[in-house]
Design a protein around this ligand. Structure first.
Ligand SMILES: NC(=O)c1ccc[n+]([C@@H]2O[C@H](COP(=O)([O-])OP(=O)(O)OC[C@H]3O[C@@H](n4cnc5c(N)ncnc54)[C@H](O)[C@@H]3O)[C@@H](O)[C@H]2O)c1
Length: 284
């Protein structure tokens, strides 16, 4: 099966990035969100990213114009009805995503593949919200989508092999490297990464070392390009907390309990880069 038209639901950080890379590959894509202001802001961000790529001579003006011309927007899920692949990228909340999957199941052609960009929620549970669980798969892109080459392709309990192959081929056509993983909480990426970030926060909380010292140890000692606290600020502390809550409740293991300092910072609105303050300050 060839992917000829895509719908992306959710025009935030991930939805806009995913839309941009699909448009750059020349595949028509409809970006869907709740209101037109959010959609205008997302298409402006995509346009600015494409302008920057032209300035840096990574693409020609013509290629950027073609990419913009294949994007359209819609404020209704009905806008996904022509797509043969839908990619859901709304916030990390099961009830919200389940509702979107039920709506997509009604709106889309019965042969369309429905996927989620979820960081941690069970693809099998999302599939069971639909009448087509064999066509439901995880497509976990990474932030920032245009620069990060990995896509975790998550095979749910009832996902068909042909669906995994189809979306893996599609990821390759976008210039990405797909890796197939099974549907367990956090998949591979967040199962390994997020407990490391949580442990770094406990290390800070217990006074073992300061913020910059912890990040410096991990950068210079482990050759990580960013320290775990700096990375947590980039991901969003609320997103880190959401993923830990899923790991903790789904695995039932105390080792995934979120650090109280992380809870306190999220409650205080210190969410990292996006709020201007996290472990570091981004006021400027
Ligand atoms: N931010 C990251 O680094 C990252 C990385 C990988 C995966 N993810 C996952 O991607 C998903 C989206 O994350 P994000 O950071 O882009 O979130 P975000 O908050 O930036 O964007 C979410 C968008 O969904 C829209 N939305 C909410 N309810 C909606 C509805 N009912 N219908 C249509 N649109 C709706 C919001 O208006 C918003 O524009 C989450 O599942 C997250 O776990 C995030």
């Amino acid at each position: 099966m060839e992917i000829t038209r895509v719908a992306v639901i959710g025009a935030g950080t991930m939805g806009a990035g995913i839309t941009q890379v699909i448009a750059q590959s020349g595949v028509p894509v409809t970006l869907i969100d709740r209101d037109s202001e959010i959609l205008t802001s997302a298409t402006n961000r995509i346009s600015a990213q494409l302008d920057r790529a032209v300035q840096r001579e990574r693409m020609t003006r013509d290629e950027a114009d073609v990419a913009l011309s294949v994007i359209d927007t819609d404020t209704s899920i009905e806008g996904a009805s022509d797509a043969n692949l839908a990619i859901e990228a709304v916030p990390e909340n099961f009830d919200l995503k389940a509702d979107i999957f039920r709506q997509l199941d009604r709106a889309c052609n019965s042969t369309a593949i429905l996927s989620s960009n979820t960081s941690s929620i069970s693809i099998t549970r999302l599939g069971s919200q639909t009448k087509r669980p064999e066509l439901v798969v995880g497509l976990h892109f990474f932030n920032p989508v245009p620069r990060m080459s990995l896509v975790e392709v998550v095979s749910g309990g009832r996902t068909g092999d042909i669906v995994v192959d189809t979306v893996s081929d599609f990821a390759r056509a976008l210039g990405k490297t797909p890796v197939t993983v099974q549907d367990f909480p956090g998949f591979v990426s967040n199962r390994v990464l997020i407990p490391m970030i949580n442990e770094a926060i406990f290390t800070l909380h217990e006074g073992v070392a300061g913020i910059e010292e912890i990040d410096t140890v991990m950068k210079l000692g482990m050759n990580h390009p960013m320290g775990p606290l700096e990375l947590a600020d980039m991901i969003g502390l609320d997103v880190c907390l959401d993923i830990l809550e899923v790991l903790h409740s789904e695995m039932g293991d105390q080792k995934y309990r979120p650090c109280p300092l992380l809870r306190q910072m999220v409650a205080a609105g210190k969410l990292g880069q996006k709020s201007g303050e996290g472990f570091y300050s981004y006021e400027d």
